[in-house]
Design a binder for this molecule. Sequence first.
Ligand SMILES: Cc1cc2nc3c(=O)[nH]c(=O)nc-3n(C[C@H](O)[C@H](O)[C@H](O)COP(=O)(O)OP(=O)(O)OC[C@H]3O[C@@H](n4cnc5c(N)ncnc54)[C@H](O)[C@@H]3O)c2cc1C
Length: 428
Amino acid sequence: MAAIQPASSETKPSQGGENLRIVIVGAGLGGLLAAIGLALDGHQVMFLEQATTFGEVGAGMRIPPNCFRILRRWGIDATYLKKTHSNGNRFLRYDNGALLADMPHGVPELDFGGSYLMVHRADYHSLLLQKALALGVRVRGGCRVDEYDWDAPAAILQGGERVTGDLVVVADGVQSSARAEFQGHELPPTDTGDIVYRILIPGQDLLADPEMRDLISQPWVTSWCGPEAHVIGYPVRGGEVYNVVFCCSESSMQDQPFQFGENKLLISDNSELRRRFVDWEPRVKKLVEHSGKEFLKWRLYDLDLVDNWVHPKSKAVLLGDAVHPMLPYMSSGAAMACEDAAVLRKVLQRTTKANLGSALRAYQGLRQSRASKAQKAGRVLQDAYHLPDGEAQRERDVWITKDDERNPIFWGYKARRDWLFGHDAEDF
Ligand SMILES: Cc1cc2nc3c(=O)[nH]c(=O)nc-3n(C[C@H](O)[C@H](O)[C@H](O)COP(=O)(O)OP(=O)(O)OC[C@H]3O[C@@H](n4cnc5c(N)ncnc54)[C@H](O)[C@@H]3O)c2cc1C
């Protein structure tokens, strides 16, 4: 059996609870955030990650204030993280680039107590990994978990090694192999019908073109909305790089379909993007031209409400995409995993091994409906972004400018924005 290292001297003992040996499966952003939160309280944490090298895909992502606030409280110092502060969301027509609406974030530090950052995933992952290591978290790569013993509890590695703890946190992502065992039946993620192409363009290439320069110099999250597709772009690393994601329904593409069970494809030229976006405005076509030779095409999955976040044996929980995969259109999947980690940390502060089950159920109770609401909101955005030309689209473009419940864009209505960004996961 593998031993779990003691926590570092930087950690504090849990408040009234018992220090636990915690095994985390998966070193994605969700697993890392959980590891940091739990190690801060003096729990002994070990990661098991199937990949031999740790990291994230080359793409951008957003850290909204509801997540940023937690990072700051936990001493995750973003000072040296290359980042861009977001102006907010800008919506443009797909065919002529006309402005549909600007939804400024205002001053997120004042309104929500935290910044809204646009970052490179690999930089963010590395920042979290360094923090976890500094807290004494033990990280083991090249360790694929093949089975579990939920009574022990233990994760059983390929090759048979058992890694035992008091609690197993399963953060193994959207294709989670453990999720079904929590439910007692198969629960594969749902194919949303959408695919994305994730591309990074050197910022200098856009700055050199007067028509493209504003995309870097004015750091909006820009979305071009068109029939069965939208394109979303924003600068990261302080404008060194422009992150662009082409999102479309798979049925609207004629090229290189995924084979059964295939989720990611390495694309080696931009011809299918050229064909798909041929009738979009000039800046979109230029982004396609800048997309380079190699990039990833992904199939997007989500899932309706997952009933059991806690294993019936009460010694294991699901966290992050493993339990609430969502369309990326809310740009909140990792932020929701951060909130999961914050709630899990807090319920365990008052917990002993004897009452672990009730603490874990409290975690589910505090998280489930909020995560589910974010999942559903992603689907609403999918419909709103991809409306065909016609009456419904014209109506969208009227409501999109109004601070009203009927605005189909989540952030366009202040009450929803406050719900998302103003939530303090640690306040209960
Ligand atoms: C295009 C796109 C844009 C997005 N933008 C944003 C954004 O702006 N903001 C935001 O908050 N979120 C965003 N998201 C969502 C976010 O990326 C995810 O919610 C988040 O990365 C999920 O993290 P996770 O740790 O739960 O899962 P994952 O990142 O999938 O990590 C799971 C880990 O578990 C490991 N693993 C799996 N099975 C095993 C096993 N059996 N044994 C050992 N290890 C295993 C995997 O190798 C992996 O490292 C976006 C997603 C997409 C697709």
